[in-house]
Design a protein around this ligand. Structure first.
Ligand SMILES: Cc1cn([C@H]2C[C@H](O)[C@@H](COP(=O)(O)OP(=O)(O)O[C@H]3O[C@@H](C)C(=O)[C@@H](O)[C@H]3O)O2)c(=O)[nH]c1=O
Length: 186
């Protein structure tokens, strides 16, 4: 499996091999041992998520606080997204910085976003199905959003027509608000 480091320590792009033949193709979209080798530790995933969105839908920037913090292994099985992670660890040398990668059904790349990072994606194809494994259960009380256009973070989003956000995401606080509220990571 090809493993590519990003500018954020711990955030990885994974590319499991794809075996094509006259019938089509085959890939191990997840292998516990190979994933552990890639990230350097055992990760126990407890929930698989699957969402479908139209072009211009932007979900995020999301994370769960405290003991509910989630690591996410993200892939796309239909269409294309621009997937990003933001470092929310206050003591990190890259605090507030972001990294992004195109994930698509075609390129079969995966993004590993560990706990301590915010995660979001923008759909850049007509529609996209996103599937991701998480290593902690959904906890509505611990859910937080960071503004998708926070000036301090400065994510550069690709063109995708008019962006469509949930009400919660449209009113999300800034990085500074979240810091003042004690919602970020040490
Ligand atoms: C996240 C989540 C939502 N839900 C429900 C709550 C709600 O009725 C509906 C839609 O929830 P949301 O609007 O929060 O869905 P969404 O905006 O897609 O939230 C997701 O965004 C991406 C970027 C992430 O990183 C995920 O961790 C998650 O936060 O699904 C669950 O039942 N389980 C879950 O794990």
């Amino acid at each position: 499996m090809k493993v590519t480091k990003t500018s954020l320590d711990g955030v990885l792009i994974l590319e499991p091999p794809v075996f094509g033949d006259e019938r089509g193709w085959f890939t191990e979209s997840f292998n516990h041992q190979k994933f552990a080798d890639a990230v350097g530790r055992e990760v126990v995933f407890v929930q698989d998520n699957h969402s479908c969105s139209a072009r211009g839908v932007l979900r995020g920037i999301h994370f769960q606080t405290g003991e509910a913090a989630q690591g996410k292994l993200v892939r796309v099985t239909a269409g294309e997204i621009y997937d990003i992670a933001v470092d929310l660890r206050k003591s990190s040398p890259t605090f507030g910085q972001w990294t992004g990668v195109v994930l698509s059904a075609g390129n079969k790349k995966q993004l590993w976003v560990p706990a301590g990072f915010g995660h979001a994606f923008l759909v850049t194809s007509e529609a996209a199905e996103v599937q991701y494994k998480v290593d902690a259960y959904w906890s509505p009380d611990h859910e937080r959003s960071l503004r998708w256009d926070d000036a301090e973070v400065g994510v550069i989003w690709p063109e995708a027509g008019e962006f469509q956000l949930s009400g919660k995401d449209a009113e999300a606080p800034t990085l500074d608000d979240l810091k003042q509220a004690g919602d970020l990571f040490d």
